[in-house]
Design a binder for this molecule. Sequence first.
Ligand code: AMP
Ligand code: MG
Length: 335
Amino acid sequence: MYSLGIESTADDFSVGIVSSDGEVLANIIDAYKSESGGIHPREAARHHADVAGKVIQRAFIEAGVTPKDIDIIAFSQGPGLGPCLRTGATAARALASYLNVPLVGVNHCVAHIEIGKLINRAEDPVTLYVSGGNTIVSAFEAGRYRIFGETLDIAVGNCLDVFAREAGLKMEEGKPPGRIVEEYASRGERYISLPYLVKGMDLSFSGLLTAAINLLREGRYKLEDVCFSFQEVAFSMLAEVTERALAHTEKTEVLLTGGVAANKRLQEMIRLIAEEHNARFCKVPKEYALDNGAMIAWTGILSYKCNITTPISKSYVKLKWRLDEVDVPWVEGEC
Ligand code: AMP
Ligand code: MG
């Protein structure tokens, strides 16, 4: 059985084709870029509409299958930016009705966890999912991926992106802003104290962002040192909450995923806490850690096997669809 998955929650439009035994046959990603570096939802949606046909076609060519071979169409139903989600959903509905196959609406955050588990052959990890739009520490318990900790304001990826822009870091084509901060940070030496905000199990990044920008405006510190300190504080906060979730659940795997998971310093910190608790550290390669269609296609298969499909009348997008609202019956092998 083959599933075609469409991802369009934010800046990326992506199409993946995956088989029911977990083989990824295609995973094509086309990212929207703006001059300012931010995401304008309607412009990103226009980008998605412009490239959709081409990306779907490329996925078929790469996978070596024809539309007739596809058994289900899966799409990112939320959470995400309304205009972007609606563009992906429209393409998915059109394909499903044209091919006369079931449609499966997938939760984007669940999909990040499922593809990470598939790639690492992990069974039951604590997951730290860090991206441009999400910052979540979660683990499976009683039928759902429960949220142990999350951001109370902005996502850590967004925090890095805004910082990079405000700090005027020199951007390079093809490199995400977080990666540029990482490069500057690797040349930093001096630690400067910045606001560290963990409230219970939740995190807050907006105070750190403001303080770091103010520090730069003072002009007393080297850019490299501010980037270094900024990363140390933001990532230590993430490590603290992940470690507490691990100690509490006593799980034996830690999965790090999302766009920010590409960061070497963050990987190092999470690897250390995993080792400390005798847990296996599971890393996700970039093409499956970033927003991608393969994760949607794969989660579509897991859902479909449990008889979860989405009738067209219920295929409206859910902008604030939380991870812990989704039943995941396949995790305990019920289907
Ligand atoms: P996503 O939302 O999953 O597509 O991921 C995009 C986010 O990942 C953006 O905020 C990027 O700046 C961030 N990102 C990508 N590479 C790195 C890196 N090496 N270090 C930190 N953040 C990164
Ligand atoms: Mg993205």
